[in-house]
Design a protein around this ligand. Structure first.
Ligand code: PGA
Length: 240
C-alpha cells in the first residue's frame, strides 16, 4: 500500500481528483467505483472544476456507486442517488446510462437488485479505480465489522455507530434507514486499483489499525492490505 499524507483536506481532495483525472486521460473508457459521504465532497468539487477549466472528459467513463440506503425513495434528499446528482453528475458530462447505483427504493426485490448490480459490474469488465472512505469503526462502503472478505453485493444491517453518525443528515435517529445495499469486500478487492481517502481526527485510529493491524474481518478496511494496488491519501489529522 502506498500512503500519501497531505497537509490538509483541500490538498487531499486535489490529489485524489488528480489521480482520477490521470486515470481517465490514460483510459477514456475507465470504470470508476464511487463513494458518497463527507470525505469525497472536495474531490467531486475538484473534478467538476477540472471538467470546466481543463476539459476533463467523462463522456466515456462508467461509474458504479458503492452503496445505497434501502427504503428511501430514489429522490429522497439523503439518498445516494440524490447525493450523486447534486454533487457530481449534474455538473460533468458523464452519460446517465453509464452511471449505476444500487436501487434501494421501497418495494424493490433487494436480493435480485444485488445480483443485478454484481452482474452489471462484471459485464462492464470490472472496476478499474475504486475510491472508498473509511468509517470510524473501520467499515468500507457499508461493509460493517464482521463482514466476510468473500462478500459480494448484498443487503446489510447498518452498525449502531453508522446509524448514529448518519443522524445528522436525517431529522432524527429514527428516520435513518437500518439497512442498505452495499458492494462486498470481495467486490472491492476485485477492483484493479483502490484509492482510500481519510480525513480528520475521528478517522485516525481506524486508519492506523487498517494499515498496520493484522488483517481481520473484525476490521473490514484491513482487507485492503490484501490488495496489490492500494493508494491511501490521508490528511495530517487522519494520520494521527
Ligand atoms: P464520511 O464516511 O466520508 O462521511 O466520513 C466515510 C464512511 O463512513 O465510509
Amino acid at each position: 500500500m502506498r500512503v500519501l499524507v497531505t497537509p490538509d483536506y483541500r490538498t487531499l481532495s486535489e490529489e485524489a481528483a488528480e489521480l482520477i483525472a490521470r486515470s481517465i486521460r490514460t483510459k477514456a473508457g475507465l470504470t470508476l467505483g464511487l463513494p458518497t459521504g463527507n470525505t469525497p465532497l472536495g474531490m467531486y468539487e475538484e473534478l467538476v472544476r477540472k471538467h470546466r477549466n481543463e476539459g476533463l472528459d467523462f463522456s466515456g467513463v462508467r461509474t458504479f456507486n458503492l452503496d445505497e440506503y434501502l427504503g428511501p425513495v430514489r429522490d429522497h434528499p439523503q439518498s445516494y442517488h440524490s447525493y450523486m446528482q447534486a454533487r457530481f453528475f449534474d455538473y460533468v458530462n458523464v452519460r446517465r446510462e453509464n452511471t449505476d447505483i444500487p436501487d434501494g427504493s421501497p418495494g424493490i426485490d433487494a436480493n435480485a437488485e444485488c445480483d443485478r448490480y454484481e452482474s452489471a459490474i462484471r459485464d462492464a469488465g470490472g472496476i478499474d479505480l475504486l475510491i472508498v472512505g473509511i468509517g470510524a469503526n473501520g467499515h468500507i462502503a457499508f461493509n460493517e465489522p464482521g463482514s466476510s472478505f468473500d462478500s459480494r453485493t448484498r443487503v446489510v444491517s447498518l452498525a449502531p455507530e453508522t446509524i448514529a453518525n448518519a443522524t445528522k443528515y436525517f431529522s432524527s435517529e429514527g428516520k435513518v434507514p437500518r439497512t442498505a445495499i452495499t458492494i462486498g469486500i470481495r467486490t472491492i478487492l476485485d477492483a484493479r486499483r483502490i484509492l482510500l481517502l481519510a480525513s480528520g481526527r475521528t478517522k485516525a485510529k481506524a486508519v492506523d489499525r487498517a494499515l498496520r493491524d493484522p488483517v481481520s474481518e473484525s476490521l473490514p478496511a484491513s482487507a485492503l492490505q490484501l490488495h496489490p494496488d492500494v493508494i491511501a491519501i490521508l490528511d495530517e489529522a487522519a494520520r494521527g
